[in-house]
Write a protein that binds this ligand. Structure first.
Ligand SMILES: *[C@@H]1O[C@H](CO)[C@@H](O)[C@H](O)[C@H]1NC(C)=O
Ligand SMILES: *[C@@H]1O[C@H](CO)[C@@H](O)[C@H](O)[C@H]1NC(C)=O
Ligand SMILES: *[C@@H]1O[C@H](CO)[C@@H](O)[C@H](O)[C@H]1NC(C)=O
Length: 172
């Protein structure tokens, strides 16, 4: 009886918060500045992007029902002037999309039937290898782009996982 009530409570809390945890892992040998449009959350603060040194991970959360794109910017200064992937507005803390060019990781959280839909794509451009790794609770293999024109396992394809599993987005 108690166990049943506790699990119902867990389900209620999970669906009421419905945030998706996304770890951004920079496996490149140089700094990469991840960017997000629309903005996501770093702790409780909205963020459109930040610097991420080589080999470091930063955890962000995607709001409930988030639909947007993440990408990596290279060669950025502190003002967010970058060699690739630079945002139109907002500088380091992006408020609008990048010009065509960067490899994209696109997500629709809880798009339909309690599923997330996501795809890595280099169809509009490629600047870095990008891999999306589903968290535990999703049996889908990692998908990613290793070169332009949608080269890479699942690059350009739409993949699904149950909402709430969380993801790692890896650069390089
Ligand atoms: C990180 O990048 C190196 C190459 O620089 C590669 O050998 C390694 O497998 C990558 N790590 C992961 C977890 O993919
Ligand atoms: C980034 O921008 C959002 C609003 O666009 C703002 O709320 C947030 O404080 C900014 N973050 C930083 C680190 O400036
Ligand atoms: C997210 O979508 C679900 C299903 O359509 C809906 O029930 C829920 O209210 C939405 N949550 C937010 C915060 O928009």
């Amino acid at each position: 009886m108690f166990a049943q009530a506790a699990s119902l409570l867990t389900i209620f809390v999970a669906s009421a918060t419905a945030l998706t945890t996304v770890s951004i892992f920079n496996n490149c040998t140089q700094q990469v500045d991840p960017a997000f449009t629309p903005q996501v959350l770093l702790g409780s603060v909205p963020t459109g992007g930040f610097p991420l040194a080589a080999h470091l991970t930063q955890v962000v959360t995607f709001p409930a029902n988030y639909s947007g794109r993440a990408w990596g910017r290279t060669g950025c200064n502190a003002q967010g002037v970058c060699a690739t992937g630079q945002c139109f507005t907002g500088g380091e803390n992006c408020t609008s999309p990048a010009p065509a060019g960067p490899t994209l990781a696109q997500f629709t959280i809880n798009g339909f039937a309690a599923l997330d839909f996501f795809n890595p794509t280099s169809g509009e451009g490629f600047n870095l290898p990008v891999t999306i790794k589903p968290g535990s609770g999703c049996s889908t293999a990692p998908v990613g782009c290793t070169a332009a024109n949608n080269v890479g396992p699942g690059c350009g394809d739409t993949t699904t996982c149950p909402t709430g599993v969380g993801y790692t987005i890896q650069f390089c």
